[in-house]
Design a protein around this ligand. Structure first.
Ligand SMILES: C[S@@+](CC[C@H](N)C(=O)[O-])C[C@H]1O[C@@H](n2cnc3c(N)ncnc32)[C@H](O)[C@@H]1O
Length: 293
């Protein structure tokens, strides 16, 4: 049996998610962000012996990793490669009409972040890529080397809430006049040359996050998916969303409020201090849930 400790991506707030989704034997569950399969593994375990899970990810590597992680529950799950922006269409192929619980654990996984070839990380040098899905045509390389100063500034400011957006865009444009910018380390160094470190946070953190959000249209996909997810829930079914930055969390919060369903997280759920100590990535996680009337 595969131990949870062997997971390549440490799932965040697993116990909180299982409780909030009210996972039960025999239920039907949908994990819209499979990643390394950690949450799905817990859902299958807690819905044993006969619960069923559908898992979606737009990254083919995530699908094969999750397939491996979930193998002990073979026969109780279906995995689908696709963008959750097309949720209804993806689910129509499964023959399942409604779910008891739906989960979104947004952003990228450690598997994606730590693979330097994917170009998500400034700590490991790699090509400027940042596509979650290899079929996306736009890469970070194109954005960084061809977008205008104003376009770059707007990405850093609006998607990264980066106060030094103008300075960073300016430095990129000046640098690329001399040389194409081709690696994540190179970009991180350009940013570090104009922005001072703020506490423990690397100066390139916000700009890298903004680029990733832009290339993968993360906010647009989330808005499209939430409304479809709500219509795929049974009455009393629960929708749970973990977000990692304020722009995402705001979309979720406003959607929940406007949906007029029952919000089951009066205040947002945050990870325990112990979890944050064991998994730094958890520090910015925020969990919200609603129950369909
Ligand atoms: C934070 S990870 C999920 C980790 C997972 N809960 C686990 O326990 O391992 C987010 C995953 O969502 C996927 N993802 C992000 N946006 C997506 C989208 N629009 N459609 C489908 N999958 C998406 C990413 O490729 C990534 O694998």
């Amino acid at each position: 049996m595969l131990l949870e400790s062997k997971l390549l991506h440490k799932p965040v707030m697993v116990e909180e998610v299982i409780k909030l989704m009210d996972v039960k034997p025999g239920g039907f569950y949908l994990d819209c962000t499979l990643g390394g399969g950690g949450h799905s593994l817990a859902i299958l375990k807690h819905s044993s012996p006969n619960g069923y899970l559908v898992g979606i990810d737009r990254d083919p590597i995530a699908i094969s990793e999750a397939e491996n992680v979930l193998s002990e529950y073979k026969g109780r799950f279906t995995l689908i490669l696709g963008n959750f922006a097309n949720l209804s269409e993806l689910i129509s192929k499964t023959g399942i009409e409604r779910f008891d619980g739906i989960l979104f654990d947004l952003g990228i996984s450690s598997i994606q972040l730590e693979n330097s070839e994917r170009g998500f990380s400034f700590s490991n040098d790699g090509p400027l890529d940042m596509r979650m899905d290899p079929d996306i045509s736009l890469t970070a390389h194109q954005v960084i080397n061809t977008f205008s100063l104003e376009e770059l500034e707007s990405i850093f400011r609006n998607l990264g809430e980066e106060p030094f957006a103008h300075k960073i865009a300016d430095a990129i444009v000046a640098y690329r006049k001399k040389k194409e910018i081709s690696s994540t380390k190179e970009l991180a160094e350009i940013i570090s040359s104009v922005v001072k470190r703020r506490g423990k946070i690397h100066p390139a953190t916000r700009a890298f996050m903004a680029l990733r959000i832009y290339i993968n249209d993360e906010l647009g996909n989330l808005k499209k998916a939430l409304i479809q997810a709500l219509s795929l829930l049974k009455s009393k079914g629960r929708l749970c969303v973990i977000s990692y930055h304020s722009l995402e969390d705001r979309i979720v919060k406003n959607f929940f409020r406007e949906s007029r369903e029952r919000i089951i997280t009066k205040s947002v759920i945050k990870p325990s201090r112990e979890e944050i100590l064991n998994n730094r990535r958890a520090r910015s996680a925020r969990l919200r849930g609603l129950e369909k009337l």
